[in-house]
Design a protein around this ligand. Structure first.
Ligand code: SAM
Ligand code: SF4
Length: 464
């Protein structure tokens, strides 16, 4: 598999879109409402739009699309960094090789279990497991052992991790097969930037310097049978419009070649990091307004691809973009290995980057609940084998509403019973009662009343 990103092609798309006229933009906005996605040419036109009135129309449409496909759900997860040794030297990352002042840590399996118990006590059921890229300190054997440890670790109160997504360096097909056999959920990997020259400048040493090896990782993962993959770009390294088109071309190439596109797209924005020169002064900073715009446009261009937002962003920005298209969020995160079990002010010396949202998981959950979002800890699709193309077949508005909304409510009920603070429990129960009442389909409403009652009486892990 060869490099399929042509810088000139993307630049030409943006150049051709120029300063689009109003009629053309409105036509594309109308087309996006059909929920069939947008071509790169059309997406380029939206990206080149800067008329404030049209931007508002873009926001409005993204809100409608998010609402009709995903409803009010926000799926929650916690990142778990197990090691920060790295042989790469990405100029924006605190883990980079040349950061000699970083406290290097590779958690033992006992420490991994301690971290997992701390995360489970916050109510999380989903992990995103990550580490640096290092041949001996972050080997695949080590990583797989950590996955097995995390799945096997339960708290006395019944806390358990039901799905582990992973974000680690690209590998060959046999190794991807081993990763799949470890029962992972989604394989996530960010291209960082789709612009070759910027990529070269940002990744001066180590295996990550190979743009094409990273770009084609998702194809190899699919070849190895991992049909749930997640793309991402690190916004702030190069022109955000270029990166959105890069992501879209990557998604479409995967779909054409492997029969299924990415399950998710992540949109990390560059944050300050310890001893990371490119993080303290981003080469191409993305403003809050541009960030909102790119979230809305991705929602319109790939309506059925989940969009992930991390705690890199501040609570204010997170709140503003949830309704524009975000479907998954992290909460209560630590980016230093060992940071959940032992919170210390020295954490930043081992962390990958600084957090924009430092609230606890319960504070985040309280906040989103009061805003009418349904916090979801659901892991049903993966465990029922509804992944890849099967998931995409299910991802029709009506079906998502039936399955995902109900499962979100059941897992949220578990959270309220087992982990919520009194104030979160109060607003959460009110939200659930209102949702049951507003469930139009009689059959779904009856299932919900029956299952929520069973959870109240002590049953757990119910899903449809
Ligand atoms: N080492 C692997 C890799 O590079 O793909 C695993 C994931 S790395 C720990 C997670 C991601 O964090 C990177 O892909 C990068 O996009 C992001 N990241 C690194 N430094 C960052 C910073 N200063 N601000 C925001 N995100 C950052
Ligand atoms: Fe290592 Fe990943 Fe950080 Fe690059 S982004 S220095 S590969 S941990």
């Amino acid at each position: 598999m060869k490099d399929f990103i042509r810088d000139t092609e993307i630049e030409e798309l943006l150049r051709k879109a120029g300063s689009p006229d109003r009629k053309q933009v409105l036509e594309i906005i109308a087309k996006s409402r059909e929920l069939k996605g947008l071509a790169p040419e059309e997406t380029a036109v939206l990206l080149q739009t800067d008329d404030p009135e049209l931007i508002l129309a873009i926001y409005e449409t993204a809100r409608e699309i998010k609402q009709s496909i995903y409803g009010n759900r926000l799926v929650l997860f916690a990142p778990l960094y197990i090691a920060n040794y790295c042989s790469n030297n990405c100029l924006y990352c605190g883990f980079r090789r040349d950061n000699k002042e970083l406290n290097r840590v590779a958690l033992s399996m006992e420490q991994v279990a301690e971290e997992v118990r701390a995360i489970e006590r916050e109510g999380h059921k989903r992990l995103l497991m990550l580490c640096g890229e290092h041949p001996s300190r972050s080997s695949l054997d080590y990583f797989i052992e950590a996955i097995e440890t995390a799945y096997a670790t339960h708290t006395e109160e019944g806390g358990e991790i039901r799905r582990i997504n992973v974000e680690i360096a690209p590998m060959n097909v046999p190794d991807f097969k081993r990763l799949k056999a470890a029962n992972i959920g989604t394989y996530v990997l960010f291209q960082e930037t789709y612009h070759h020259e910027t990529y070269r400048a940002m990744h001066p040493h180590g295996p990550k310097a190979d743009f094409a090896w990273r770009l084609t990782a998702m194809h190899r993962a699919q070849e190895a049978g991992i049909d749930d993959v997640g793309l991402g770009a690190l916004f702030g390294l190069y022109d955000y419009r270029y990166e959105v088109l890069g992501l879209l071309i990557h998604a479409r190439t995967l779909e054409a070649d492997c029969g299924v596109g990415p399950h998710t797209i992540s949109i990390p924005r560059l944050e300050p990091a310890f001893n990371a020169p490119a993080a303290s002064s981003p080469p191409r900073p993305v403003s809050d307004e541009e960030f909102k715009k790119l979230v809305a446009i991705i929602r319109m261009a790939v309506p059925y691809t989940g969009m992930i937002l991390s705690t890199r962003e501040s609570p204010e920005i997170r709140t503003a973009v949830f309704e524009l298209g975000i479907s998954q969020i992290s909460a209560g995160s630590r980016t230093n290995p060992g940071g959940y079990a032992k919170d210390s002010s020295e954490g930043f010396r081992a962390a990958q980057f600084n957090l924009g949202d430092t609230r606890t998981a319960d504070e985040v959950i309280h906040d989103i609940t009061t805003r009418g979002h349904i916090p979801s800890f659901c892991t049903a699709c993966y465990r029922l084998g509804r992944t890849g193309r099967d998931f995409m077949d299910l991802a029709k508005p009506g079906l998502i509403q039936h399955f995902c909304r109900s499962n979100a409510m059941m897992t949220f009920k578990e959270y309220l019973m087992d982990y919520a603070s009194p104030r979160t429990k109060e607003v959460g129960e009110q939200l659930l009662a209102g949702l049951v009442e507003r469930t139009e389909k009689l059959e779904t409403r009856q299932i919900l009343i029956e299952r929520l009652g069973r959870i109240e009486r002590g049953e757990r892990d119910l899903f449809i």
